[in-house]
Ligand binder design. Structure first.
Ligand code: SAM
Length: 220
């Protein structure tokens, strides 16, 4: 039972989280985030057999768990996170800070000779939130921008990019930046995402190859 001293907003938030956490535990998912990707996939039919998928900000592995059976044995799943992740069969995991160029190079080397042949880049990356939007939003946006940069450089023509962003400062500009590189963009707010949270997922599809070369590698 919640303590009486908690505000009703806090109680509702805690209750919402508990419902999804219990559901994840009951279904054997490593995190409630699995439901967010499942819902988007059910609407968009995003993940298909044989696809090559990159999962950024993957720990503890809820999204990768959803992706592995959907891509099947012919597919490939590469996952990365600054935190460790318990082994997940069918996933090649790289641990490191995604803002470190060496980590990006490691990811690209795992992609192998066809490093421009990924079908889908997922990014659920989010920094540790302080609750202060003026500090949290720019840090979250910086990760989303780095994810876009790699997506544009590693996706096959017509590839797709699903990225978590937070509504607020920089959101409109980021959306426009994504649209320069992809033919279509949609917003998704899954039911398992807290209604009060600024979190939203942008799904960009149809990589435009003509502008593909316009994001130079980091540091240049
Ligand atoms: C919401 S969680 C991801 C949950 C995951 N999609 C799942 O389904 O279990 C966000 C993740 O972003 C990771 N992250 C934050 N900053 C990062 C960075 N600089 N490099 C790599 N991962 C980062 C965090 O460690 C965290 O695991």
């Amino acid at each position: 039972m919640p303590k009486r001293s908690k505000s009703s907003a806090q109680w509702l938030r805690q209750h919402f989280d508990d419902v999804w956490v219990k559901k994840a535990q009951a279904m054997g998912y490593r995190s409630r985030a699995s439901f967010k990707l499942l819902e988007i996939h059910q609407k968009e039919k995003l993940i298909k057999q044989g696809m090559r998928v990159l999962d950024l900000g993957a720990a503890p592995g809820g999204w990768s768990q959803v992706v592995v059976p959907l891509v099947g044995r012919r597919g490939q799943v590469i996952a990365t996170d600054i935190l460790p992740m318990a082994v997940l069969p069918g996933v090649t995991f790289i641990q490191g800070d995604f803002s470190d160029e060496k980590v990006v190079q490691q990811i690209q080397s795992v992609m192998g000779s066809d490093a421009k042949g990924m079908d889908l880049v997922l990014s659920d990356m989010a920094p540790n939130m302080s609750g202060i939007p003026s500090s949290d939003l720019p840090r979250a946006m910086a990760l989303a921008e780095l994810a876009l940069e790699l997506a544009v450089n590693c996706l096959a023509p017509q590839g797709s990019f699903l990225v978590k962003v937070f509504q607020g400062e920089g959101f409109t500009e980021f959306r426009q930046q994504v649209l320069k590189h992809f033919q279509r963009i949609k917003s998704h707010k899954p039911t398992s995402s807290r209604p009060q949270s600024r979190e939203i997922y942008l799904l960009a599809q149809g990589l435009r190859t003509a502008v593909n070369a316009s994001i130079p590698p980091r540091g240049l």
